[in-house]
Design a binder for this molecule. Structure first.
Ligand code: GLV
Length: 372
């Protein structure tokens, strides 16, 4: 047993573990299709969308990221990527690998983009797709979304948003905010095991991806096939494409059911409350929060500036060894800048914040501190 208080995966509650341990059925049995239909409805609720083209990828958040880019962009087309942490870097690389003409808007981790800056960049590069991370887990930032969908619409550009670390923890309204493609992962606030990734496409995105001149580079992630596998293409029969992760889908369905029972508002409120409680405790320990603007902090993953004089690796190793607790360092451009505590979904409790604070206080007391 480990306390998974990093940016994910988070601990899986017994109810979801039990769902995942049910006997396997065939990936094309009628009962499996019912389960997939439930998952689709759960995702529609979690994303606040009525999009028919709503499915779960067989794979982690990266699968959804690649699926979004591979299906909506053709080689040579312009893509604009907002980079303020690792996830934008990843999307830029993925888009470059499939031959897109990639333009990067870059801020240091913790930074964010104004709607004005986004408008200017879109006018300059005329992208077919603009990517933004809502929950930048490497920086601990929750990016404002309002108004950006309208800007994209006005400029005939699709708006792709990554909510892997923020879904269920911070408000997002796919339809109201005019987000064309939205994805998340199973292993964060949804508390299911890693390995499945909800994604949804609206009509604008479907129009672009189903009227291509070239086939997407990936067969596995081709939405023509996946939309049939998920019963979203209006065809009477589903044709074999690939064998989905049956147990993973059982777990995802249960994770979504728990979120539906709890309610999004309640879940958002709880994450905010526990995060505020954690901020106070961290400040009482003399630590500095990495994102200064309180309203821009990601409620599910809190980033702490590395305290002066400490080796962050040593602190994290001490916490793992003496408290069986995972906290992590930075990721990509935030490596060496932050330590991260994630309290998501099932783990999002003040008692867990207390345990994390206690472990951190113990590490600060017992790890070497240089004079510098
Ligand atoms: C992974 O999602 C991470 O933020 O480390």
């Amino acid at each position: 047993m480990r306390y998974l208080f990093g940016p994910g995966p988070s601990n899986v509650p017994p109810r979801i573990l039990a769902a995942g341990s049910k006997p396997i059925i065939g990936h094309m049995h009628p009962e499996m299709y019912e389960i997939m239909n439930d998952i689709k409805r759960g995702i529609q609720y979690a994303f606040q969308t009525e999009n028919n083209m709503t499915i779960a990828m067989s794979g982690s958040g990266h699968a959804a990221m690649e699926c979004a880019v591979f299906n909506t962009v053709e080689p040579g087309e312009s893509v604009l990527v907002a980079i303020n942490g690792i996830w934008g870097e990843r999307v830029a690389e993925i888009a470059e690998r499939m031959g897109a003409n990639v333009h990067r808007m870059v801020k240091t981790p913790g930074g964010y983009f104004t709607n004005n800056e986004i408008t200017q960049a879109i006018e300059k590069h005329k992208p077919v797709l603009f990517f933004l991370t809502h929950g930048e887990s490497s920086a601990g930032l929750c990016h404002p979304i309002d108004g950006i969908g309208d800007i994209c619409r006005k400029h005939n550009c699709l708006f792709l948003v990554d909510t892997v670390a923020s879904l269920g923890a911070a408000p997002i309204f796919m339809d109201k905010q005019n987000i064309d493609i939205l994805y998340t992962g199973s292993q964060k606030a949804l508390n299911a095991p890693p390995g499945t990734a909800p994604i949804s496409f609206n009509d604008r995105a479907c129009h672009k991806m189903f009227n291509r001149k070239t086939k997407p580079v990936s067969y596995l992630f081709d939405m023509t096939h996946l939309s049939n596998y998920w019963g979203c293409d209006g065809q009477p029969a589903r044709i074999y494409h690939h064998t989905g992760p049956v147990s993973g889908f059982f777990g995802l369905r249960e994770g979504l059911a728990i979120l539906v029972e709890k309610g999004l508002e309640e879940s958002w409120k709880k994450h905010k409350e526990v995060a505020s409680y954690l901020y106070r405790g961290l400040e009482d320990l003399g630590l500095k929060l990495f994102v200064p603007e309180r309203d821009l902090r990601l409620p599910s993953v809190t980033t702490i500036a590395i305290p002066n004089g400490y080796d962050w690796r040593e602190l994290l190793m001490y916490i793992m060894k003496h408290h069986q607790m995972e906290m992590t360092g930075g990721l990509g451009p935030s490596i060496g800048k932050v330590m991260r505590i994630g309290l998501m979904g099932y783990n999002c409790e003040k008692t867990n914040a207390d345990m994390a604070l206690h472990a951190l206080a113990d590490a600060l007391k017992n790890c070497k501190k240089s004079k510098a």
